[in-house]
Ligand binder design. Structure first.
Ligand code: CU
Ligand code: CU
Length: 523
């Protein structure tokens, strides 16, 4: 079946079950008594067919954010395959934040994923009348920044490792698996830290391959307000593992520069001094990494600097710095300024606006990142050159709707046939957000799904090329769910129930190459 919904098939399926029920009701009482109990194998049958036709056959994994756990939903059967809740493991403030799944030949028999959590004061930014802080639940394990490695074994989910505990590096935001599935990167925008981790086998524990911190030094230090607008220097430092303990000391809230995260589009709150902490003035907003499909380059996302620092994973050195704002140079030089520990610097004449979610196209030829707040557009870089120092800003996705701060382009992903880019377009609470489609060859907006739901977050595509799944989290207390549309004909299909404040989603890949369209290349 192509992406379009075969309505006749749908009616056949629905009609089929009605006729079956009618025939049974027609039997007399005695006849019904004599009959052997009917049996239905509920794992298959009409409902299975119906849902399979409607929503595909993947396993959709989604973290519940303030719900405190993660669900895997079997899209073919409309059943929750399995779920996990992190408070059961002694986490007193488990904000199940972002996740990425490793490929599995048959996810129904088992798969593994990495799930970051926030904690601490991040629970207080939604206006919930809670006494959770007074009750002491934001201390200790409730500080968050866990990196849970979870395994589904074909029957249930089990927490197999807290990577933050085994390595000493706690990171609470985006988690992104390498294109070869041999490890992952995590990041945290409160600490300005990113770390790259291996993928352990069997009962081994995860190890840190490399870790870095970003720090901002403003040119104009007279006010926070001018600290980024007025330009400055990004310093990128390699973190050194304490050799005696073999463990970093960055668990929980250790290393936080600000007391809670910059929510989407909240970068200007830092300029206004409205997010307190130990060091807001040195904030780079390093909350994510995305990987180039070639598996060598990783882009370190720096929200406050409106930049993506390109790191070579072959020698763990940064090589180039892509700068997003319209009217600013697109590729800034990176200079090594120290060793033991290694440090590099990038100089910015100014930073016209913050930028956030980003990603590479699955063919590796393009990179995009969202210019937010002061500019409202998407710069497109040509990344086809083998040397990132020659990657160039070539055009911008722009739209008459994108004036002022909202609506604003947010998360992105690409269609399996690589012809389209999908965007969630955020509107402030309690308004519904949208999903837009951009032609990935001309970079023009070709479709807008209006009024999808409040707080549209990431999208996932089905790897058979049929569907796109848009999760919306309802700003943690409003309506939430999963909106589905077809990848090729761009028809709305409908909604799938999803409980909790879902903040991210991914279809579990069944092949390594699916990672190019998964939580690996895009956020
Ligand atoms: Cu997030
Ligand atoms: Cu983000």
């Amino acid at each position: 079946m192509s992406g379009s919904i075969d309505r006749r098939r749908l009616f056949q399926l629905l009609g089929g079950s009605v006729i079956g029920g009618g025939a049974y009701a027609g039997l007399g009482y005695a006849a019904r008594q004599e009959r052997k109990a009917e049996e239905n194998d509920c794992r298959g049958g009409k409902l299975w067919d119906l849902h399979h036709d409607l929503f595909g056959s993947g396993i959709l994994l989604s973290p519940q954010k303030l719900g405190g756990g993660t669900h895997a939903v079997d899209l073919a059967t409309n059943r929750t395959l399995a779920w996990i809740s992190y408070w059961n493991y002694g986490d007193t403030c488990p904000i199940s934040h972002h996740l990425a799944a490793y490929p599995s030949d048959d996810p129904r028999k088992g798969f593994e994923f990495i799930n970051s959590t926030q904690g601490g004061e991040n629970v207080l930014i939604y206006g919930i009348p809670t006494r959770i802080k007074e009750k002491g639940l934001l201390e200790g394990n409730g500080q968050g920044n866990h990196l849970y490695r979870v395994r589904y074994d074909g029957a249930q989910m089990t927490l197999v490792e807290d990577v933050a505990e085994s390595t000493g590096i706690g990171l609470g935001v985006h988690t992104v698996i390498y294109p070869d599935a041999q490890g992952f990167a995590g990041a945290d925008g409160q600490k300005d830290i990113t770390a790259f981790f291996d993928r352990p086998r069997g009962t081994e524990k995860t190890k840190v391959q490399m870790a870095f911190r970003g720090d901002w030094k403003a040119k104009d230090t007279s006010s926070l307000e001018r600290a980024w607008l007025g330009g400055g220097t990004l310093r990128f430092t390699r973190l050194v593992e304490p050799s005696e303990t073999g463990k970093y000391e960055l668990e929980g809230s250790k290393g936080n520069k600000i007391n809670w995260e910059m929510a989407p589009m909240s970068e200007l709150l830092v300029e206004r001094g409205q997010i307190p902490g130990d060091s807001p003035s040195s904030l780079t907003g390093l909350d994510a990494v995305v990987h180039h499909p070639g598996n060598r380059w990783s882009a370190v996302i720096l929200r406050m600097c409106s930049a993506a620092l390109i790191v070579d994973r072959a020698n763990w050195e940064p090589v180039a710095c892509l700068h997003m704002p319209k009217g600013s140079p697109g590729n800034l030089p990176v200079k090594k300024v120290g060793s033991g520990p290694d440090a590099w610097e990038v100089t910015f004449d100014d930073v016209k606006n913050p930028a956030h979610e980003a990603g590479f196209s699955p063919d590796g030829k393009s990179f995009v990142m969202m210019n937010n707040l002061r500019q409202n557009n998407i710069p497109v870089f040509d990344t086809s050159d083998p040397d990132p120092r020659r990657w160039k800003k070539v055009t911008y996705v722009e739209d008459p709707d994108w004036t002022g701060q909202y609506p604003s382009p947010f998360h992105l992903c690409f269609s399996m046939d690589r012809t389209k880019m999908f965007l969630s377009v955020l509107a402030p609470k309690p308004r519904d957000s949208e999903v837009w489609v951009v032609d990935a060859r001309t970079w023009k907006v070709i479709k807008k799904f209006r009024n999808v739901g409040p707080d549209c977050q990431t999208m996932a595509v089905s790897y058979d090329g049929k569907y796109v799944f848009q999760i919306f989290s309802g700003f943690q207390r409003l309506s939430c769910g999963l909106f589905v549309f077809t990848q090729d004909t761009l028809e709305p299909v409908g909604y799938f129930p999803n409980f909790g404040g879902h903040h991210d989603c991914v279809v579990v890949p069944t092949k390594v190459e699916h990672l190019l369209n998964s939580r690996c290349t895009t956020l």
